[in-house]
Write a protein that binds this ligand. Structure first.
Ligand SMILES: Cc1cc2nc3c(=O)[nH]c(=O)nc-3n(C[C@H](O)[C@H](O)[C@H](O)COP(=O)(O)O)c2cc1C
Length: 172
């Protein structure tokens, strides 16, 4: 592992939070990072719903069985995509662009000393529809993923998951 890349390997999913606040300026920083992500033909098909406060975060936890840590989180960001803006209106480009924005948020959170965890939403209709109803997301917009955020109360070790057998030199 090249030590110059340590900030990248330090990013880990953090699922326990201390309860200390996450500031509005930090959320703004995360959103700036998100919207600096690569996007096919720079179409930027993403939207971000920022959730604060116990009732909203508990309600999101209520519809995401995969996100129990939302009950301790200080904030959450629900990443959505607009197919009408995506390159060639294609869902695959929308998902790739939103995933790049999500990874930028996770890396920025790690660099700012925040804890964050990616929560899968798309393509599970039983997660997408309740989130859509709860947050008033228009029918044409896809809720893609959520990110739980807080000040970390656990510190997973930095690591690489490099597997030589996943690399194919020249041909498979
Ligand atoms: C598309 C996607 C969906 C994920 N959904 C969840 C989830 O619902 N709940 C959760 O706790 N972690 C979720 N994760 C986080 C992964 O479990 C985590 O990234 C993986 O175990 C690697 O660990 P690391 O993030 O600490 O490197 C998701 C990650 C991705 C990329």
């Amino acid at each position: 592992m090249n030590p110059k890349l340590a900030p990248l390997f330090t990013r880990r999913s953090v699922r326990r939070y201390s309860g200390e606040p996450v500031t509005d300026a930090e959320i703004r920083d995360l959103l700036e990072a998100a919207m600096a992500a690569p996007s096919a033909c720079a179409t930027d098909p993403w939207h971000f719903v920022v959730l604060r406060g116990r009732p909203a975060l508990d309600a999101l936890a209520g519809v995401l069985p995969n996100g129990p840590m939302l009950k301790q989180a200080e904030a959450a960001i629900v990443i959505c995509g607009d197919p009408a803006r995506a390159h060639r209106n294609q869902e695959s480009y929308l998902l790739q662009d939103c995933s790049a924005a999500i990874e930028n948020i996770l890396l920025a959170a790690s660099l700012l000393g925040l804890g964050a965890c990616w929560l899968g939403v798309h393509p599970n209709a039983d997660r997408m529809e309740p989130i859509r109803r709860q947050l008033g997301i228009p029918e044409a917009i896809l809720p893609v993923s959520a990110i739980a955020l807080g000040r970390p109360a656990e510190f997973p070790e930095l690591r690489t998951r490099f597997r030589a057998e996943a690399v194919h030199a020249g041909k498979w």
